[in-house]
Design a protein. Structure first.
Length: 187
């Protein structure tokens, strides 16, 4: 089973998630996760452990903050993960929301609170050393307007790294990588 992990203020119903569903069909789930990091990780751990108990192979696809979560979870459970413009230091990049009273969800325009405690809790999931860099495929677009792709290059240089000039944070043309992702998970 493939678990798609969406980014900050997004949803399992987002456009990118739905492209993955169209391609991978019943091989993928795209849960909509809590905006509270500890709850999101707990939910993902429960899903992963349930599939593993059934003897199923589990792979992860994580976008942005979902990439950060995927690094932690893949390292913990020895899973393969595809990271799409991953947030490698969300404790810093999400600081801009600390002064915002309510954050708006990109998918459904609902609002939620994101506090300093939420940002600080992300430190619990920061991975300083990848146990198996070969378990990771990292897809980056250099014109990511939200995250500095060079931070991801530095942290994930030992992974199967693909860097494209241009693009955006949403990773334009992700569908061009679906076959390669499928092959990566099945080798």
């Amino acid at each position: 089973m493939i678990i798609y992990i969406h980014g900050f203020a997004s949803s399992g119903y987002g456009a990118k998630a739905q492209k993955f569903v169209e391609y991978f069909e019943d091989e993928i789930i795209t849960p909509s996760l809590s905006n509270i990091p500890n709850l999101a990780i707990n939910t993902l751990e429960q899903i992963i452990e349930a599939f593993l108990r059934k003897g199923e192979k589990v792979s992860l696809i994580g976008s942005s903050l979902g990439g950060f979560y995927s690094i932690y979870l893949a390292n913990k459970y020895d899973l393969k993960a595809v990271l799409i413009n991953p947030a490698v230091n969300p404790m810093d990049t999400l600081n801009r929301y600390e002064e915002v009273e309510m954050v708006q969800n990109y998918y459904d325009s609902s609002s939620f609170e994101f506090t300093h405690e939420h940002i600080s809790s992300l430190e619990n999931y920061d991975v300083y050393e990848l146990k198996n860099p070969n378990n990771f495929m990292t897809l980056l677009q250099a014109e990511d307007e939200v995250l500095d792709y060079e931070e991801a290059v530095e942290k994930l240089e030992e992974t199967n790294l693909e860097i494209e000039e241009g693009g955006s944070h949403s990773f334009e043309g992700i569908e061009r990588y679906f076959r390669k992702i499928d092959s990566f998970f099945n080798n």
